[in-house]
Design a protein around this ligand. Structure first.
Ligand code: AMP
Length: 533
């Protein structure tokens, strides 16, 4: 049976009120404090006019306050959308306009950003709430819009929501130039969390990492996997995320039992040689999701940490956190062996189909579709995109989601990921539609033509974003100029890092930009640079 996500957390607050729920630097929040603070904030949200079905955006750095806010939004029967404060205000404004929230919550530090976003969104009437008033949070509570929440009743709130109601809307890169919102319900999350917590045997004695930013869906398992299990949630300080030695020290000092992140971070730590033999003696499980973990990197980790279990999780945001899993049984014998994405999680199904949506024979490459309990109802207020991606199962009465991934099922019955059949890429763990970058380039009058291609690198970043361009007229267009111009609309992780100027972009026989040739040009230039280095 599905539940509302806040319910099991409330139960832990009754059973073990003094157990630690969140560790955020020097601040420890118990289950009782989490429960009471989120009840108080939820009441205040309701008093501010938020009710069932409303969306609430927030721009709060990852912190105990942010987690309390998420829980309060759910208790107020609303859906949450975290805003990335490192993205340009114009991109975030699009997200806010599209989400059409009742309220945007900020902190004193992000208030100016929120105001700028609302101005750019043309939504000056949307109300702004503030959390994180230090006078109150020093006492383990939070203030909201000047109201000291300690004065609000802390009793539980009766929810009107059903498990099928939205819990969050996360925005991912869109191929037509603007981010699209994926609507995920309580029940979608609950099914994954319940399966995963049983499979990983997560319980109150666990100490779990909180590394992923809250606007990515890996964070949903961090937050709700940990808190519905009654475990301790350890927020990784942002500065540790960028310094391998500090991050390793954090895992040691917090005695984490479970780590979950994108593979590029694991590659980064391995390349920096930050892990000692038999390091992290408390660590039991290491999970990754979001992109391919290179086999040499997995071997590096498995050799250093023989006491840890390693699990590959696979799945798109549209099917909630992950849809399949594979626990690596033994260290791969050679560096070339691919790591399977495995078999579907409970209640989910992976289907490998041909272009007529018929199952392909085992061993044959096909398009990967997902069915089952994780499937989103679709893209927020975008029936067209929803219809294109969530299609009827041939001969069945349910929907299947077209991932855009290519896969095959091996003789071992396990699914293998074989790349994409479109121009979506992963770079440093970020999901990026190259079309979104091209749309931003097309808006620049300084360019006559441009195209963006991705070239696989062997560094930790995965794909390198490369831009080929033709300046308009005789103007002196440099990569520095282009980077500055694009920086007004694109987040830094979408910024091309390689540039080539052309008089005319190469075209194929159909008159389309010859992208394979462009990729070849970037590779050749890199090879030349390596030779002269
Ligand atoms: P996101 O919505 O950001 O989770 O991105 C989903 C996409 O990431 C999938 O469609 C795949 O292309 C890729 N992906 C997710 N997990 C894995 C994995 N374990 N191995 C390879 N690719 C993955």
């Amino acid at each position: 049976m599905s539940r509302l996500l806040q319910e099991p957390i409330a139960r832990h607050a009754c059973l073990a009120p003094l157990a630690t729920a969140i560790v955020d630097g020097g601040r420890r929040v118990t289950y009782r404090e989490l429960e009471e603070a989120s009840n108080r904030l939820a009441r205040t949200l309701q008093d501010s006019g938020c009710s069932r079905g409303d969306r609430i955006c927030f721009a709060i750095p990852k912190s105990a306050d942010a987690i309390i806010t998420i829980l309060a939004i759910l208790k107020a029967d609303c859906a949450y959308t975290p805003l990335d404060t490192s993205s340009p205000a114009s991109r975030v404004a699009h997200i806010v306009r599209s989400s059409d929230p009742r309220l945007v919550i900020g902190t004193p530090a992000t208030l100016a950003f929120v105001e700028q976003v609302l101005t750019e969104a043309g939504s000056p009437d949307v109300r702004i709430g503030l959390v994180g008033d230090r006078r109150a949070s020093a006492a383990g509570s939070i203030a909201f819009a000047g109201v000291d929440l300690r004065e609000r009743p802390a009793e539980p709130i009766v929810s009107l929501n059903a498990p099928s109601d939205p819990a969050y809307i996360f925005f991912t890169s869109g191929s037509t130039g603007t981010p699209k919102g994926v609507v995920i319900s309580h029940s979608n999350v609950w099914h994954f969390v319940r399966w995963a917590n049983r499979y990983f045997d997560l319980g109150p004695n666990d100490r779990v990492s909180g590394y992923t930013p809250l606007h990515f869906d890996l964070s949903v398992y961090d937050v709700f996997g940990t808190l519905t299990a009654g475990a301790e949630f350890h927020l990784v300080p942002p500065e540790a995320g960028l310094a391998p030695a500090k991050l390793a020290e954090f895992i040691r000092a917090a005695r984490l039992t479970q780590w979950f992140s994108v593979p590029s971070l694991l590659t980064y730590l391995a390349k920096a040689d930050a892990i000692r033999p038999n390091d992290f003696p408390s660590l039991k499980r290491l999970l990754w999701c979001g992109e391919v973990l290179p086999t040499p990197v997995l071997r590096h980790w498995m050799t250093r940490l023989p006491h840890v279990t390693f699990t590959n999780l696979y799945g798109p945001t549209e099917a909630t956190i992950a849809s399949s899993y594979y626990t690596v049984l033994a260290c791969p014998a050679d560096e070339q062996s691919p790591i399977p994405i495995g078999v579907s999680c409970e209640g989910e199904e992976l289907l490998v189909l041909d272009e007529h949506r018929r199952p392909v024979p085992p061993g044959t490459i096909g398009d990967l579709y997902i069915a089952g309990v994780g499937l989103s109802t679709g893209y927020w207020r975008d029936p067209e995109k929803t219809k294109a991606a969530f299609v009827d199962r041939p001969g069945g009465d349910d929907r299947i989601y077209k991932t855009g991934d290519l896969a095959r099922v091996g003789d071992d019955g396990l699914a293998y990921f074989l790349g994409r059949n479109d121009s979506q890429i992963k770079s440093r763990g970020y999901r990026i539609e190259l079309g979104e970058i091209e749309t931003a380039l097309n808006a620049l009058t300084a360019l006559k033509e441009s195209a963006v291609v991705a070239v696989q690198s062997d560094g930790f970043e995965g794909a390198t974003i490369c831009c080929a361009y033709v300046p308009a007229g005789a103007t002196d267009v440099t990569p520095i100029y282009l980077r500055q111009a694009l920086g007004k609309t694109l987040p830094s992780y979408m910024m091309p890092t390689k540039w080539l100027a052309y008089d005319l972009l190469p075209k194929n026989a159909n008159g389309k930009v010859d992208r394979p040739l462009l990729r070849e040009h970037f590779r050749q230039r890199d090879a030349r640079a390596d030779r002269t280095a």
